[in-house]
Design a protein around this ligand. Structure first.
Ligand SMILES: Cc1ncc(COP(=O)(O)O)c(C=O)c1O
Length: 512
C-alpha cells in the first residue's frame, strides 16, 4: 500500500513554504513543455526527464547569493571579468575544503591545486578529451553499459565516432575482466590521419592517454547502482596497467540517502537527511593506492608528471541548478593544471565565472550544505520511496526493480540509494521496452525512457537493454509520479488487448 498523501500541497519540499508574492516569479515558472503528437485527453506525465523539479530550485538562496556578489566590492569585478584558467579561486578553495571534510575518511587533501572549475560535467568531458586524448593515439572510449547516453555524442565529436565500446556491468559495477580483455585485444580501425600522435601541442602540461574509460561509479544514470569498493580498486589497478584515464562522472555523489525498510512507516518527508557514509571516489582510490614500479614506469614513459589515472568530473547541475552550467574536476595537481591549459579556457579563463562566484557564496555561508540536507535529499528520498512503493504495488507483476528497492523483512538492513532514477527489468520476455514506451505515450500520454536509449552508440549489440525501462522520480510532482506508475500498469494489464488493436504511432520526443 502507498503510505503517502497524494494531495499536491504535500508535494512541497520540507522547509519550503507556499510561494508568496515576495518570491521571485522565476520560482513559479515551469520548464518547457514536451511536445508530442499524443491526442489523449490527459495531462502529460514525463518520467523520462532527468531534471530537478522546479519546486526545488534554490531560487531564494540564489537571489541572496547573487546580490551578495554584486554588492561585494572585493569580488564583483573579478566575478564579472575574464578569470583565471583554473577558475574562480575562492570557489576552488571552498571546494577543496568541503571535499576534504566530506571525504575525510579517505584523507582527501585540502588543496585547491587539485581543483579546476569547469562548465559542468558534459562540457568538461569535451575539454578532457581535447587535452588528454589524441584520436591518432588513444585507442577508444570504453563506456560502462547501460550508459548516460548524452555523453556518447561528446565522445564522437572528439574524434571517437565508431570507437565507443560498451563494457557490461554486473552487480558490483563495470566488468573489469571484460575491460582488460578489451584493452588487450582492441585494434584501432585504420583511419585517415592515424598512425601516430598528431596533437604535438599537448606536452609538457598534458598528455594523451592510451585509453579512456567512462563510468558513473555512484548512483548511476540510468541503473541507480553504485560500484563496490573492491571493484573501484580493481578498476584503478587495471587503468594504471594500460595507461587508461578513468573519467568518473560524479554528479550524484551528494544525492545519496538512507533507504528505510519497507515496513518503516514514514508519515511524511524527513526534515533533514544527512549523507550516508560514502565510498571512496575513483580519484581517492588512485591517490591512496600505492604505485608499484611498473605503474611508475608507465607514468614516466608518458610524461614524467603525475597526471594519475582517475579524475572526478563533478557538477553543480544537480546540487544547485543545471542552468548554471558550472562544475569542477578533482584530480592530481598536474592533471588539474593541464586541464586548465585547454584552449577554450586559455581564452578568457575557466567557464562560468559569475556562476562560480555565486556558488562560492552558497558554499562559504553553508547555504549549499543546508539546502542539500533540508530540501534536496529529503525530497529525493521521499520521492524515491513513493515511486518504489507505487512500483511494488502496481507493477511488480510486470517489472523487477533491479536496484534501489525498499529493503523488506525483519532482518533487512537500511541500505543506501541515490540519484534520480529507478531501473526496471521487464518480466515478460515477449514484450519490448520500446513498444511499451510507444504505447505509454499514445494511450496514456506518459513518457518513459526505454532501455535502448542507454545502449552505447555504435556498439549497441555488445550490451542490449530493450528489456529495461528507466523512471525518473526527480522531475514530476509527487502525485504525478504515482499516477504515472498507475498509467504504466494499465498498459501492461491491457497489453494483449492493445496488441490486437495494433500499435498507435507516436511523434518525436525530446529525449532529455
Ligand atoms: C550521469 C550524468 N552526467 C552528467 C550529466 C549532466 O551534467 P552537467 O549538467 O554538469 O553537464 C547528467 C545529467 O543528467 C547525468 O545524469
Amino acid at each position: 500500500m502507498v503510505l503517502v498523501p497524494l494531495h499536491p500541497s504535500a508535494a512541497r519540499p520540507a522547509g519550503m513554504s507556499a510561494p508568496s508574492d515576495a518570491e521571485p516569479k522565476a520560482a513559479l515558472v515551469s520548464a518547457p513543455v514536451i511536445t508530442t503528437t499524443s491526442s489523449i485527453d490527459k495531462p502529460l506525465i514525463n518520467l523520462l526527464r532527468g531534471w530537478p523539479a522546479p519546486s526545488i530550485l534554490p531560487v531564494a538562496q540564489l537571489n541572496a547569493a547573487t546580490a551578495d556578489v554584486l554588492a561585494d566590492q572585493s569580488v564583483v569585478v573579478d566575478s564579472l571579468q575574464y578569470g583565471p584558467d583554473a577558475g574562480f579561486q575562492p570557489l576552488r578553495e571552498s571546494l577543496a575544503s568541503y571535499l576534504s571534510q566530506v571525504f575525510s575518511a579517505y584523507d582527501v587533501p585540502n588543496d585547491p591545486n587539485r581543483i579546476c572549475i569547469t562548465g559542468g560535467a558534459s562540457q568538461n568531458a569535451a575539454c578532457i578529451l581535447q587535452s588528454f586524448t589524441d584520436p591518432a593515439y588513444t585507442n577508444c572510449v570504453w563506456v560502462s553499459a547501460p550508459c548516460y547516453f548524452l555523453m556518447c555524442p561528446i565522445f564522437e565529436d572528439s574524434g571517437f565516432a565508431g570507437r565507443l565500446r560498451a563494457v557490461p556491468e554486473d552487480d558490483e559495477g563495470i566488468n573489469v575482466e571484460a575491460l582488460e580483455r578489451g584493452f588487450r585485444e582492441f585494434e584501432p580501425p585504420a583511419q585517415p590521419g592515424t598512425g601516430g600522435p598528431y596533437k604535438t601541442n599537448l606536452t609538457p602540461d598534458r598528455k594523451a592517454y592510451r585509453h579512456v574509460v567512462y563510468v558513473v561509479p555512484t548512483s548511476s544514470n540510468p541503473s541507480g547502482s553504485s560500484m563496490s569498493a573492491k571493484r573501484r580498486e580493481q578498476l584503478v589497478r587495471v587503468a594504471r596497467k594500460y595507461d587508461a584515464l578513468l573519467i568518473a562522472d560524479d554528479v550524484y555523489d551528494f544525492l545519496q540517502w538512507d533507504v528505510p525498510r519497507a515496513d518503516a512507516v514514514l508519515a511524511n518527508k524527513q526534515g533533514s537527511v544527512a549523507l550516508p557514509p560514502l565510498l571512496p571516489r575513483l580519484v581517492d582510490v588512485d591517490r591512496m593506492l600505492p604505485r608499484d614500479d611498473e605503474d611508475e614506469e608507465t607514468e614516466k614513459k608518458y610524461q614524467g608528471k603525475q597526471f594519475g589515472n582517475a579524475i572526478s568530473n563533478a557538477s553543480f547541475s544537480k546540487i544547485v541548478a543545471p542552468g548554471f552550467r558550472t562544475g569542477w574536476v578533482e584530480a592530481t595537481p598536474a592533471f588539474a593544471y593541464g586541464l586548465a591549459q585547454t584552449g577554450s579556457s586559455k581564452s578568457g579563463g575557466a567557464p562560468s565565472q559569475f556562476g562560480a562566484a555565486t556558488i562560492a557564496v552558497l558554499m562559504r555561508t553553508g547555504e549549499l550544505d543546508r539546502y542539500l540536507r533540508e530540501t534536496v535529499r529529503p525530497t529525493l528520498q521521499w520521492r524515491h520511496r513513493l515511486l518504489t512503493q507505487a512500483v511494488q504495488e502496481h507493477l511488480s507483476e510486470f517489472l523487477e526493480i533491479k536496484c534501489g528497492g525498499l529493503p523488506s523483512g525483519a532482518s533487512a538492513e537500511v541500505t543506501t540509494y541515490g540519484g534520480y532514477f529507478l531501473w526496471l527489468k521487464l518480466r515478460r520476455t515477449d514484450i519490448s521496452a520500446a513498444a511499451v514506451s510507444k504505447l505509454a505515450l499514445s494511450v496514456e500520454n506518459l513518457v518513459i525512457a526505454d532501455g535502448k536509449l542507454f545502449e552505447v552508440k555504435g556498439d549497441e549489440k555488445s550490451a542490449q537493454f530493450d528489456d529495461h525501462i528507466r523512471l525518473c522520480f526527480a522531475w514530476e510532482d509527487e502525485d504525478k509520479i504515482v499516477e504515472g506508475v498507475q498509467r504504466l500498469a494499465r498498459i501492461f494489464r491491457d497489453w494483449d488487448a492493445l496488441q490486437e488493436k495494433g500499435l498507435p504511432s507516436t511523434g518525436a520526443l525530446e529525449f532529455k
